[in-house]
Design a protein around this ligand. Structure first.
Ligand SMILES: Nc1ncnc2c1ncn2[C@@H]1O[C@H](COP(=O)(O)OP(=O)(O)O)[C@@H](O)[C@H]1O
Ligand SMILES: [Mg+2]
Length: 252
């Protein structure tokens, strides 16, 4: 399987934005094939990449559970669910996108989840990069059977509350059975110089700062105009900061 680059952090700090910019970088470097995974049920990685998302893995699970016996003739459960996952995959020239959608609802969906997880895992083996935009709890990552994350970026805005969420996630890592090769903190909407108080908390967490991304007003414009962040100009401050980060930390 290819390199797994994952993002986690409190809601609203800029995870999806940075994930999209990392995808932008990999696409520009012709580092494909790339699988973008939107693993945040409240998220919008697809929109951020200019894609129209109509179906998620969560939808497949819900629909299937409504009528578990209603299989097309000649298909077993595994074949059927795998076909649905393949249909959910959004394929573009430069990258593909898989949207996980809602996590389990009520009842035990163990069998369905196992099939879906195994198949997404199998699918992901054919990519050179997996870029995973997570929710704060990292449910999706912790459920992956292989459990390897090559680079985990913990994203915070320039606020102690965001940084504390980073600390909580970092503390939780050991209990998630995840094999994280390297981790770093990304500070978004960052001033040129981070305050001593902020740096003192960073030092306590013990992770390096992988990037500081300044406030970039163009992100708001793109958001309002529903434009894909893949179209941001090369000199946009957020793009410049992510390019610098990728030049420094990407393990080939
Ligand atoms: N560096 C930045 N400068 C200005 N706005 C930003 C920056 N990073 C993110 N934003 C904006 O903040 C909002 C939340 O970002 P998003 O990436 O969706 O956060 P998350 O995925 O962590 O919930 C979006 O409207 C985005 O455009
Ligand atoms: Mg998000």
């Amino acid at each position: 399987m290819g390199k797994v680059i994952a993002f986690a952090g409190k809601g609203g700090v800029g995870k999806t934005t940075v994930a999209a910019l990392v995808i932008r970088h990999l696409v520009a470097q012709h580092e494909g094939p790339i699988l973008a995974v939107d693993a945040d049920p409240n998220s919008n990685l697809g929109e951020t990449l200019g894609l129209d998302v109509t179906s998620t893995i969560g939808d497949i699970r819900e629909d299937f559970m409504k009528d578990p016996q209603g299989l097309p003739s000649g298909m077993d459960k595994i074949n059927y669910l795998e076909t649905l996952v393949e249909q959910t995959l959004i394929e573009r020239k430069d990258f593909d996108l898989l949207v996980m959608g809602r996590q389990e609802g009520q009842g035990c969906y163990c069998m369905v989840n196992n099939i879906l997880n195994n198949f997404t895992e199998k699918l992901s083996r054919s990519y050179k990069y997996l870029v995973v935009d997570n929710e704060a709890g990292m449910e999706h990552l912790s459920r992956r059977t292989s459990g390897r994350v090559d680079t985990l970026y913990l994203v915070t805005d320039y606020a102690l509350r965001g940084l504390r969420a980073v600390r909580r996630i970092n503390d939780m890592l050991s209990s998630l059975k995840l094999d994280v090769k390297q981790a770093g903190i990304i500070v978004t909407r960052a001033p040129e110089k981070l305050s001593d108080a902020f740096m003192a908390e960073v030092a306590e967490i013990g992770l390096p700062i992988a990037a500081t991304i300044p406030n970039d007003p163009m992100l708001l414009d793109f958001d309002m105009e529903k434009r894909s962040l893949l179209e941001l100009p090369n000199d946009s401050p957020a793009v410049v900061a992510v390019e610098k980060m990728m030049a420094m930390t990407l393990v080939k």
